[in-house]
Ligand binder design. Structure first.
Ligand SMILES: Nc1ncnc2c1ncn2[C@@H]1O[C@H](COP(=O)(O)OP(=O)(O)OP(=O)(O)O)[C@@H](O)[C@H]1O
Ligand SMILES: [Mg+2]
Length: 332
């Protein structure tokens, strides 16, 4: 895998928000390599910086936010150096992102057909030149691809006329309409019931194979990660605390935070066992103390954790930001 160049290479990315209370370090020095055809899961609790990290990749950070430092390379282009026009050529066409909230992400006053057509017009000039009939035909194809029933008769409907699951599919249709090389799906299933969740994720997996796309799935749900991704990155308080092949991270979590996330998943096979949520919440991102950020919530802490902990690379493409995990692994 490593002889191929990454499709996306994020290096030491820091995205900060300048607020009255101080500088919020939403993303504080993350490195991620994503390879062609790979499916990467990004997990972490609310506020860990998942969305901000990938909105940064999309060039969608607005004031008071800013990319404070770091590099985002997509193929051979440095995205942080692009001007807004250059970014528009890449966004939607080469990298597409489905946003977390399908209702607000879709324009409520524009018909679905026109929202799909808009993306095509902006990014696929050949298609746009073929005129409204061809655009309509293509939009219909996309709606069918994502499994909208009775698509022919629904192209003129508005977003609120669709259920949450259908809106997610429409967002995916819009995201896929220009066959991007990379799809970033931010919480694609959070608001959906379990059956629809599986349908939407299977759909993404099928289209990924069909188009040979790379996919990043951002989620709270380690179950989703374990079923659909090749590699997993665990984020906490703006940093990566653990990463590795998904099977390794799920079966042998090294960071106490990842262990805590896994213990907090309800399991059907262990119905009588209690769920153990991680006590406390993500610590403040304004001037974080120079110590392990998970320390206030960690059940395995000791005096040695009261220092800045680097992300340590271990064997088997594994990374972990925990002194204890390093000690345990060294013993093996
Ligand atoms: N416009 C903003 N101004 C100030 N802080 C912000 C702004 N946008 C995001 N943040 C902060 O950045 C941090 C990371 O937010 P982000 O949305 O990336 O979290 P997340 O991991 O995606 O959470 P969730 O799982 O709830 O979607 C949060 O503490 C949030 O409050
Ligand atoms: Mg988010």
């Amino acid at each position: 895998m490593k002889s191929i160049s990454p499709l996306l290479k994020i290096k030491n990315l820091r995205t900060y928000f300048d607020t009255h209370a101080g500088v919020v370090r939403a993303v504080d020095g993350i490195d991620i390599d994503l390879y062609p055809g790979e499916c990467l899961g990004v997990v972490g609790e609310s506020g860990s910086g998942k969305s901000v990290a990938f909105l940064s990749v999309m060039g969608l950070i607005k004031k008071p936010g800013r990319i404070a430092s770091g590099s985002i390379r997509f193929e051979d282009r440095e995205l942080t150096a692009l001007n807004p026009r250059q970014y528009r050529d890449i966004r939607g066409k080469e990298i597409a992102m489905t946003l977390q909230d399908s209702l607000t992400a879709l324009n409520p006053s524009i018909k679905i057909i026109d929202q799909i057509a808009e993306v095509l017009k902006e990014h696929d000039r050949d298609m746009a030149a073929k005129g409204p009939k061809a655009i309509r035909g293509w939009a219909l194809e996309m709606m069918k691809l994502v499994g909208i029933p009775d698509a022919e008769n629904r192209l003129n409907d508005y977003p609120h006329q669709f259920s949450g699951g259908m809106r997610q599919r429409i967002m995916i249709a819009i995201a896929l309409s220009c066959k991007p090389k990379l799809l970033i799906a931010d919480e694609p299933t959070t608001a959906l019931d379990v059956t629809i969740q599986a349908q939407v994720l299977n759909l993404i997996a099928d289209i990924k194979e069909e188009l040979n796309m790379s996919v990043i799935i951002i989620t709270h749900n380690l179950g989703v990660v374990s079923e659909y991704t090749d590699r997993t990155v665990v984020m906490y308080a703006g940093q990566i605390v653990e990463s590795g092949l998904t099977g390794d991270v799920i079966l042998n979590p090294l960071h106490p935070y990842t262990k805590g996330l896994l213990k907090s998943i309800p399991r059907l096979s262990e119905r009588d066992k209690a769920i153990h949520p991680i006590p406390g919440q993500v610590s403040g991102l304004i001037e974080p103390a120079s110590q392990c950020r998970f320390l206030p919530r960690c059940s395995e802490q000791s005096e040695t954790c009261r220092t800045e902990i680097p992300l340590k690379t271990l064997s088997g493409h594994r990374e972990v930001r925990c002194i204890k995990a390093k000690e345990e692994t060294d013993k093996c």
